[in-house]
Write a protein that binds this ligand. Structure first.
Ligand code: COA
Ligand code: AMP
Length: 636
């Protein structure tokens, strides 16, 4: 007899539109359209054409209207500032409706873009939902990015308003956001007219006259005048947000998420994948600057009427490796979602789980991992200590929710370590060879998803339909290319092995080595360079740059290396974690001039490698090996 998962998956496959129409019942609509899917619209078709809704209404107002206003919407737990705060749905509604009124007074209307550059504080969530309330489009930029990255995003989406805060707090240092924002605005071709700044007590930002507005004072004044803004109806196909992610060049791609499909998919996932019920506490230990934060700190939990935790801290050092377990016990967290790297950091500090033993985790139901490959050793360690299922699931910024998972709310399937389990309804996943032919089970190939992508996935890149087609749809006609390589076994379980492009995953953060190469190449002493991701026991991968210097450069090599490292930190941000720049005589290339990054990576990781048949000069690989060995010896 087919299991429950098989039945649900088969239901979807037999009648996808009926499946998503049923799922849409979890959402409030102002207008219900006739069709569920329009195959002819835009790049690959659009979900819920003619339907109308509002995201903020569905996340907040309808729960208050249903009599659940006193339920906690947000728990803010900030070990780095020693603050804890609980915010009910009713209080959240008041804050958001007022902030929306402030934004509206500054001219924000349906369809306008608003950049949000904020740390992990409740005001960041209010900002996202206030923008959504007006039917405007937010683009959240992660706090670890530097001015240039912020400027690129402001310009690309054409934001007229930025919402930011005076600072973020990293262990041991206060990160002044405002100077970064000011610098970004100097770099912008089209500077925003208004910046709303939330002043934090840890650091006051200097305000620019005529442009900067104190967010808390503006909200207080609007409250005194009893100004609020109502939810604005938008088309389900209108963009909810743009989230920039690393692409195959330094220019980030603006993933566009629609409004209706986004909500339908997330609401479905909260129950089916995470097994959550309204009123329960869901914690995603990520950052609102990443897709995990969008989907599972903000939208998913609030759509489902759950309580979400905004955690401003790290898995270790704030104050110790027991912080996660403390938060789970104290706030009665049922499900935690984090990146494997966070678990590796905890395991490194507390291998025997002494901290786990200090807390009562009896109500905790499951730990979900994503963002990078979850190594089986870490999963087994967590299973042994936590006594809950540890579930790896696989997705991307582009998809917005899991492509493959173990759906606790449908059926808990047997776990195979190293596999994120099976495709979710909506995703028909196949592995193809380079000619586009399906490969046999267990054979490595390109993982692709048959079009159309399900609700909740990207609909295009912002202002760049052609780039979306070229990057994602052209290589395998009829499919979306995930740019992940892997296998599917005889039981239909997926195994995600590597990226097929230049993306690396460093501490759960997605970075483009191509983007880093563009920055490194700007150093005046550098003739050419290659950046590769090399294995790291904590962060999964870390970038490492190889520099070939221009002839006649006489500067001290250690100075050049330091400057290059500083340049990447300045241009991309500390999140790039670019701390290794090695000077080499030459780079290994094919006879047609392509740098052999894959072979360099294998050498750096100490993996077996074959001499590429097309290599121009094999001796260069010995030179690279010698430089890497010298560097290793230096660090021992
Ligand atoms: N604002 C400013 N700077 C930030 C930042 C932010 N929001 N987030 C990170 N940084 C800085 C860090 O302070 C660090 O700076 P440093 O080079 O001066 O030390 C740098 O960016 C690199 O950060 P990170 O890669 O996160 O390393 P870390 O050593 O600070 O922490 C972990 C390591 C594993 C504890 C941490 O990366 C972690 O918790 N990862 C989980 C990732 C995650 O949640 N991903 C989301 C997908 S689920
Ligand atoms: P991001 O867009 O930041 O979510 O990164 C997406 C990429 O992270 C994917 O394309 C994969 O390469 C990787 N990734 C995410 N989740 C997993 C997982 N569970 N297993 C392996 N790789 C993953």
């Amino acid at each position: 007899m087919a299991g429950e998962y098989q039945t649900v998956y088969a239901d979807w496959k037999r009648a996808p539109e009926a499946f998503w129409r049923t799922a849409a019942g979890a959402i409030d609509w102002y207008r219900i359209g006739e069709a569920v899917f329009d195959a002819d619209a835009d790049v690959y078709g659009r979900w819920f054409p003619g339907w109308e809704t509002n995201t903020c209404h569905n996340c907040i107002d309808r729960h208050v209207e249903a009599g659940n206003g006193d339920r906690t919407a947000i728990i803010y737990d900030s070990p780095v500032t020693g603050t804890k705060r609980r915010i009910t749905y009713r209080e959240a509604q008041g804050e958001i409706a007022t902030l929306a009124a402030v934004l509206r007074a500054k001219g924000v209307e349906k369809g306008d873009r608003v950049i949000i550059y904020m740390p992990m504080i409740p005001e960041a969530v209010f900002a996202m939902l206030a923008v959504a309330r007006l039917g405007a489009i937010h683009s959240v930029v992660f706090g670890g990015f530097a001015a240039q990255e912020l400027a690129t995003r402001i310009d690309d989406c054409g934001a007229r308003i930025v919402i930011s805060a005076s600072c973020g707090i990293e262990p041991g240092r206060v990160v002044a956001y405002k100077p970064l924002l000011d610098h970004a605005i100097e770099l912008c071709a089209h500077p925003p007219q208004t910046c709303l700044i939330f002043q934090r007590p840890q650091l006051a930002a200097e305000m620019v006259d005529g442009r900067d507005i104190d967010l808390a004072s503006a909200v207080a004044a609007a409250k005194a005048r009893r100004e609020t803004a109502a939810c604005v109806a938008v088309a389900a196909t209108d963009p909810a947000y743009i989230l920039y992610t690393s692409g195959t060049t330094g220019q980030p791609k603006g993933v566009v998420r629609d409004t209706g499909g986004h909500m339908v998919a997330l609401a479905w996932s909260m129950r089916a994948i995470y097994g959550m019920e309204a009123g329960e506490v869901f914690w995603s230990a990520s950052d609102i600057g990443w897709v995990v934060g969008h989907s599972y700190i903000v939208y998913g939990p609030l759509l489902a009427g759950c309580t979400t935790v905004i955690f401003e801290g790290k898995p270790v050092g704030t104050p110790d490796a027991g912080t996660f377990w403390r938060v789970i016990q104290e706030h009665d967290v049922k499900v935690l979602f984090t990146a494997p790297t966070a678990l590796r950091a905890i395991r490194r500090d507390d291998p025997e789980g002494a901290h786990v033993a200090r807390y009562d985790l009896s109500q905790f139901r499951g730990l979900y991992l994503a963002g990078e490959r979850a190594d089986p050793e870490t999963i087994k360690w967590a299973e042994r200590l936590l006594h809950v299922p540890v579930i790896d699931h696989w997705w991307q910024t582009e998809t917005g929710w899991a492509i493959a998972a173990n759906p606790a709310g449908i059926e808990r399937l047997p776990i195979k370590h190293g596999s994120p389990t099976v495709p979710m309804p909506g995703y028909e996943v196949t592995v193809l060879d380079h000619e586009g032919h399906a490969v046999a089970p267990g054979t490595l190939g390109n993982i692709v998803v048959r079009l159309p992508l399900p609700p909740g996935c990207l609909v295009t890149f912002w202002n760049a339909d052609a780039r979306f087609r070229t990057a994602c749809l052209e290589e395998f006609p009829g499919y979306y290319k995930t740019a992940d390589a892997g296998t599917i076994d005889e039981d239909g379980y997926l195994f995600i092995m590597a990226r097929t492009d230049d993306i690396i995953n460093c501490a759960g953060h997605r970075l483009s080595t191509g983007g880093m190469e563009e920055v490194v190449a700007r150093h005046p002493a550098v003739a050419e360079c290659a950046v590769i991701g090399i294995h790291d026991t904590l962060k999964g991968q870390v970038p490492c740059g190889f520099l070939v210097l221009k002839a006649g450069v006489t500067q001290d090599l250690s100075v050049i290396r330091r400057e290059v490292i500083e340049l990447v930190r300045e241009e991309i941000g500390p999140v790039a974690a670019f701390k290794s720049a090695l000077v080499v005589e030459r780079l290994p290339k094919t006879r047609s001039g392509k740098i052999l990054r894959g072979t360099m990576q294998k050498i750096a990781d100490g993996l077996p490698w074959k001499m590429p048949a097309t290599i121009d000069d094999p001796a260069i690989l010995d030179e690279i090996t010698a430089v890497l060995h010298a560097e290793e010896a230096h660090h021992k």
